[in-house]
Write a protein of this length. Structure first.
Ligand SMILES: NC(=O)c1ccc[n+]([C@@H]2O[C@H](COP(=O)([O-])OP(=O)(O)OC[C@H]3O[C@@H](n4cnc5c(N)ncnc54)[C@H](O)[C@@H]3O)[C@@H](O)[C@H]2O)c1
Length: 259
């Protein structure tokens, strides 16, 4: 039986609690949150409650630590848990930079521990059905995938601090769109809150203005894939509502350069 603990008992930690309690092969033996009262309530007398990671690691003999903390804490807590001999389940995003993700992966490999990231939306029924339709070729050749994101009202705490969140909407709820698109359509070449479409030699780029207050609600986390026609150099895409012409050099919304 895997002895599991959760650290971070806020919004998502409260969903992980019943899931871990119900998981076959695992036993929830400890919970931890800076908010001691929240930890006690979440433990509900059925497991140990802590308000400090070190005390939990030394007191609970965990095999697995489930990390449901603000993004900037994923790296240090994962590294410490691995050092203490735990496997680690991290909420998305894995960490706030690729370098941090690599550091966690390398530490886990050295220690012979497993690290997983909670990509829960892969398991949503509509997403599973879509994957099946793509796999069976029912939708024809896949040229482009578009994912939209509508979310709001959750800012004001650590999420509003780029040093803690690692960015904005894209690295937060947008992470769900990115792993999903990748799972459905293969490697992602570029992603961003706006949209750019270099048109072979035209010298212009179309883009959504990403940051103006009135467009905030309609911003979408979009991902573009390299088109297969025209020698693989053109981009196929959707046309967002707010489109304007900008110089090609202003195609700066992408967070991942084309490969
Ligand atoms: N998979 C999903 O659908 C989903 C949904 C929401 C959030 N998330 C992810 O879950 C993680 C947490 O987000 P949230 O919305 O639950 O945040 P939250 O702010 O609601 O909860 C974070 C909790 O961590 C606790 N905490 C902070 N620092 C701590 C420390 N050093 N030691 C112990 N506890 C500490 C806080 O007291 C708080 O209770 C993030 O990575 C977020 O992106 C995933």
């Amino acid at each position: 039986m895997i002895r599991a603990g959760i650290i971070g008992l806020g919004e998502i930690g409260q969903y992980h609690l019943p899931a871990l309690r119900a998981a076959r092969g695992a036993e929830l033996v400890a919970v931890c949150d800076l908010d001691r009262a929240l930890a006690e309530r979440s433990a509900a007398g059925a497991c140990a409650a802590y308000d400090d990671l070190e005390t939990m690691l030394s007191g609970a003999a965990l095999d697995l630590l489930d990390v449901c903390l603000p993004h900037h804490l994923h790296r240090p807590v994962a590294l410490r848990a691995i050092e203490a001999g735990c496997h680690v389940l991290l909420e998305k995003p894995m960490a706030i930079s690729v370098a941090e993700c690599d550091e966690i992966t390398a530490a886990a490999e050295r220690a012979g521990r497993l690290v997983a990231v909670s990509h829960n939306q892969l398991h949503y029924e509509p997403h599973r059905r879509l994957a099946e339709l793509i796999e069976r070729g029912v939708l024809g050749e896949l040229r482009m995938l578009r994912a939209r994101l509508a979310i709001g009202g959750r800012y004001g705490t650590w999420r509003s601090d780029p040093a803690k969140a690692g960015g904005g909407l894209l690295i937060d709820a947008g992470a769900h769109r990115l792993y999903l698109l990748r799972a459905l359509g293969g490697p992602v070449h570029a992603a961003g809150p706006g949209w750019t479409i270099p048109r072979g030699g035209a010298g212009t780029t179309r883009s959504v203005r990403p940051c103006e207050p009135r467009s905030r609600r309609s911003r979408a986390a979009s991902v573009r894939r390299r088109g297969r026609s025209r020698g693989g150099r053109s981009w196929r895409s959707w046309r967002p509502r707010m489109v304007r012409r900008v110089p090609a050099s202003a195609s700066c919304w992408a967070v991942e350069p084309g490969r």
